[in-house]
Design a protein around this ligand. Structure first.
Ligand code: C2E
Ligand code: CA
Ligand code: CA
Length: 638
């Protein structure tokens, strides 16, 4: 027996394997106490940990048997030794499987990788068993495991490492570069330790070398700082980076790309687009970091000092983006800006970008300027006031103003109805008009409380007017379709009307058509419920969207409000006038009343009168006025 070979398994100490078990336990504890998505790759990861613990236990067991130096136990020791190898090769096999899963490799290719890795496993373990059985592989001599001839385990180890390297190269275009480097680096450490210990006749750390890649997996994939296929980090990481750069007074620029088609719950960017975004993140700027802050939204942050020529680089990246656009033809919104202390201090880039995007037409590139920052600050202020109004739920909140626009009734020849329109009066923003706060209130869930306040103020005023002897048929209040989703909607409306002791018939609700089937069902349900109390319903803004006539006819509206765009269209030419006229006529035939909105002058009025109008509303008669001034328009009884 050759002494050098004989010594190669001599110096085993259980510390390495005990260390492996301990580290695996720690990882399991960490995973149990943190949030991890239970993906397929995570399940593979957990089974790897299981097999590693198993391998360590078997290895410890095998060596303690050897220590007993009892020939009766030799066969068991052989079996355990072979089992130990088999378990480690299973871990290798799972590494390969894991790589195909996280890289999202195409099914067919993933299957052939799995087959290759499995074949390697069967081959090596088969030969190992055969050699153990025939005594050709290793022998136990005086309580020591002695390797004979070729070290098969080392050959298997090397073959698997090669397989993994080939595999990683294969998927390098599917994974973010830094993630790949993380794995290459860890593998290098493992291989170094494995062969380093061979050189000094050690074997205690073999199992440990399998743990390093597992730690890398835990850190990179399951504690999840990276979106591995995009190479991005999440919005919290972005806030972290902003905080850091602000503290160090490092100026930066940000480039945001929104793909509206993918920016909703459950949507994911297709692989091709990921690949393209991934390239954008690394190829144009030095030290840029990419963040994914929405399903269809990424932001690249770039320190300007490292990129003094950033203007030229922005030009380049945009040019190349246009080339990509010609390929994918997906609608986009790009926002580019430079860091501003005020926004950095409040760490509000995500909201700033979103706020700018809201008003941005699709397929535009927008450079943020000082006026955008001012507008954003105003919006934030309005939003904080809305939140406060919402939280107080004070029906008499002085910040919410009810304005009213009188409506001319052609049948009675009087102004006996009106539309309630909301404004806000805020200390630091002055008078705020609906276009500046209704969308905000809707998207933050504050709209219903505002409606309640307007309805309450309207009911109160109707009560007062009636008491004073004015004749008011009804006042209509605008309601957002979103509000109908709340089960309490009808109850809230009824409660306000009743607590003001007015008749339901004095109130109308204006709703705008929505494209969705679910909204249609909701509308129908709520309209039918509230009609019982005498409340009338108006279809608002008819002519602004793609109207679905069949659906409109199914909803029991009383009045159809023709939008100002139709009033304008009817003045453009004979053909369009005929269209509007016929539409109005048809509604009238179906016993709806037609109200024209936005009647601004005599010409508008004359045309509308000739087109089946029942009501007219617009600047020609009055702009919206504070609700107390409505009495100037109303007839008095007697
Ligand atoms: P809307 O319901 O279509 O209201 C009519 C808008 O047209 C009002 O704008 C009104 O001032 C304006 N208008 C009236 N006559 C004319 C005219 O002759 N020419 C032109 N060009 N415009 C005219 P306002 O008050 O700024 O309201 C804008 C929108 O905000 C409203 O459109 C409505 O959708 C929304 N809104 C207003 N108040 C409320 C509310 O209390 N609740 C909800 N949910 N939305 C509201
Ligand atoms: Ca309206
Ligand atoms: Ca309208």
């Amino acid at each position: 027996m050759n002494r050098a070979i004989q010594a190669s398994f001599d110096n085993y100490m259980a510390t390495g394997d005990i260390g492996v078990i301990a580290i695996c336990l720690v990882m399991v504890i960490l995973l149990m106490t943190s949030y991890v998505s239970r993906t397929r790759s995570f399940r593979i990861f957990m089974s790897i940990i299981g097999f590693l613990v198993g391998a360590s236990l078997v290895n410890i067991g095998c060596h303690s048997l050897l220590l007993k130096n009892d020939p009766a136990l030799y066969n068991l020791a052989y079996a355990m030794h072979v089992l130990y190898h088999a378990l480690l090769f299973i871990v290798f096999f799972l590494f390969a499987l894991y790589t195909t899963v996280v890289s999202g490799m195409e099914r067919r290719r993933a299957r052939s990788v799995a087959i290759a890795a499995a074949a390697l496993f069967v081959g090596i373990v088969g030969v190992d068993v055969f050699r153990a059985a025939t005594g050709a592989g290793f022998k136990i001599v005086e309580g020591r495991m002695v390797i004979c001839n070729v070290n098969l385990f080392t050959i298997g180890y090397v073959l698997y490492i090669l397989l993994l390297l080939v595999l990683l190269r294969r998927v390098q275009n599917l994974l973010y570069k830094r993630v790949l480097y993380g794995f290459y680096g860890t593998m290098a450490v493992s291989v170094l330790i494995r062969f380093g210990q061979l050189a000094v006749d050690q074997s205690s750390l073999t199992t440990m070398t399998f743990v390093f890649p597992v730690i890398a997996m835990l850190y990179i994939m399951h504690s999840n700082p990276y979106n591995v296929t995009l190479g991005s980090v999440d919005v919290r990481a972005m806030e972290d980076m902003v905080r850091n750069m602000y503290a160090r007074k490092v100026p930066f620029i940000y480039l945001s790309l929104l793909l509206p088609d993918y920016d909703s719950e459950g949507k994911e960017l297709p692989d091709e687009i990921r690949a393209s975004v991934r390239r954008f993140s690394g190829d144009y700027f030095r030290s840029g970091v990419l963040f994914q802050i929405g399903n269809g939204q990424v932001v690249l942050m770039v320190p300007t000092r490292r990129n003094p020529d950033y203007e030229a680089r922005i030009e380049k990246i945009l040019e190349s983006f246009q080339r990509q656009y010609r390929r994918f033809r997906l609608p986009y919104k790009i926002v580019i800006g430079e860091s501003v202390d005020e926004i950095s201090r409040k760490n509000e880039y995500a909201s700033l970008i979103r706020s700018i995007q809201r008003g941005l037409p699709e397929n535009t590139v927008y450079r943020v300027g000082p006026e955008d920052i001012a507008r954003f600050n105003r919006e934030e202020y309005i939003l904080s006031q809305l939140a406060d109004i919402y939280n107080r739920r004070d029906m008499n909140d002085p910040r919410v103003l009810a304005f009213c626009q009188p409506v001319f009734n052609l049948q009675t020849g009087r102004f006996d109805t009106a539309e309630a329109l909301m404004r806000l009066r805020l200390d630091e923003a002055g008078m705020v008009f609906p276009d500046q706060f209704i969308p905000l209130a809707e998207s933050h869930g504050y709209i219903h409380v505002l409606t309640e306040i307007i309805l309450h103020k309207t009911c109160k005023e109707i009560g007062r007017l009636t008491e004073e002897g004015y004749q008011i048929a009804r006042i209509s209040v605008n309601v957002s379709v979103l509000e109908l989703k709340d089960d309490d909607f009808c109850g809230d409306i009824n409660h306000i009307i009743q607590s003001n002791s007015i008749d339901g018939g004095k109130i109308a609700i204006e709703l705008t058509e929505s494209g969705s089937e679910a909204d249609f069902i909701l509308m129908k349900e709520k309209i039918e419920q509230l009609r019982g109390q005498g409340i009338q319903f108006y279809l608002d803004d008819f002519g602004t969207g793609y109207s679905n006539m069949e659906r409109i006819m199914e909803l029991p509206f009383d009045i159809i409000k023709f939008d100002r765009s139709l009033v304008i269209a009817s003045g453009v030419g004979e053909r369009s006038e005929r269209i509007v006229e016929n539409l109005a006529h048809m509604f009238r035939d179906m016993e709806y009343s037609v109200l024209y909105e936005g009647v601004e002058d005599e010409g508008d009025e004359a045309r509308c009168r000739g087109m089946s109008a029942s009501y007219l509303q617009g600047y020609k008669y009055s702009r919206p006025v504070p609700i107390e001034r409505l009495r100037n328009f109303l007839p008095k009884a007697g």
